[in-house]
Design a protein around this ligand. Structure first.
Ligand SMILES: [Fe+2]
Length: 242
């Protein structure tokens, strides 16, 4: 089985379309999403509908959790706050119900799917440094954890040989004697300085992770951000990849 791993789409339909196009070319059987379907960009309904139809397993992100009434967005940055208030007003009731029905974690036998961290789901902590990854890998109950939240693609591998970090490798061969933390990066708002949408395809039989970046129509996103009255910096930041 080949699993398309995605996260942090954030209502960015042009980026999602670019990812699907490239992923279809590579081939996949199913889709798992590590949350944050909405927030920031204006295609919240379209992205929700695609997720409902195409994603086999999806967990709640912190922006989604605002829609579900589980998180107060007070601590959000001002542009994130404005965007989630806009999203709340513009999302259909059916899509709100769908988001509210999402679980915080999905336990998939050898894999845990979660938005932020498997140790404290919905704490909104960021796994940003190898030391934090090591703590998670030493304590996680499952051999694989797929997560998002940081918008930075990375794979942490932990075995008796210690911790190994894959930042940019396009192919990661998964070893039988190791545990993994896999972040496929963000579809809708990359934050590693690379202005490209990010995703991964996990070939379970071949024990291989293929990581990809793909360009998308950032002008189209900017135009729509301005037209819908969302904070302009949400459009401009995409050109910088953060
Ligand atoms: Fe996010």
């Amino acid at each position: 089985m080949r699993v398309l791993l995605i996260s942090d789409i954030h209502g960015n339909l042009p980026a999602l379309e670019a990812v699907i196009g490239e992923a279809k070319r590579l081939g996949y059987d199913t889709v798992w999403c590590a949350g944050d379907i909405v927030g920031y960009y204006p295609w919240a309904n379209e992205v929700c509908e695609w997720v409902r139809e195409n994603v086999e397993r999806c967990v709640l992100g912190n922006h989604d959790a605002v829609i579900a009434g589980l998180v107060n967005p007070e601590y959000f940055s001002s542009s994130a706050y404005e965007a989630i208030v806009w999203t709340m007003k513009n999302l259909s009731e059916e899509n709100k119900r769908f988001i509210s029905s999402l679980p915080v974690v999905e336990d998939l036998n050898d894999t845990l799917l979660v938005h932020d961290t498997p140790l404290r789901p919905m704490s909104m902590e960021y796994i940003l440094y190898p030391q934090q990854a090591l703590e998670v890998l030493q304590n996680a109950e499952r051999r694989f954890t797929v997560y998002g939240h940081t918008h930075i693609p990375v794979v942490y591998e932990y075995s008796s040989e210690g911790l190994n970090v894959y930042y940019n490798s396009q192919r990661v061969e998964l070893k039988d004697n190791a545990r993994y933390l896999i972040n496929p990066g963000s579809v809708g708002q990359p934050r590693d300085g690379v202005p490209l949408a990010s995703f991964a395809i996990w070939d379970r039989e071949k024990k291989l992770l293929i990581r990809k970046r793909v360009d998308f129509d950032k002008e189209r996103v900017l135009k729509e951000v301005l037209r819908r009255g969302l904070p302009p910096e949400l459009g401009y930041r995409l050109f910088e990849g953060y």
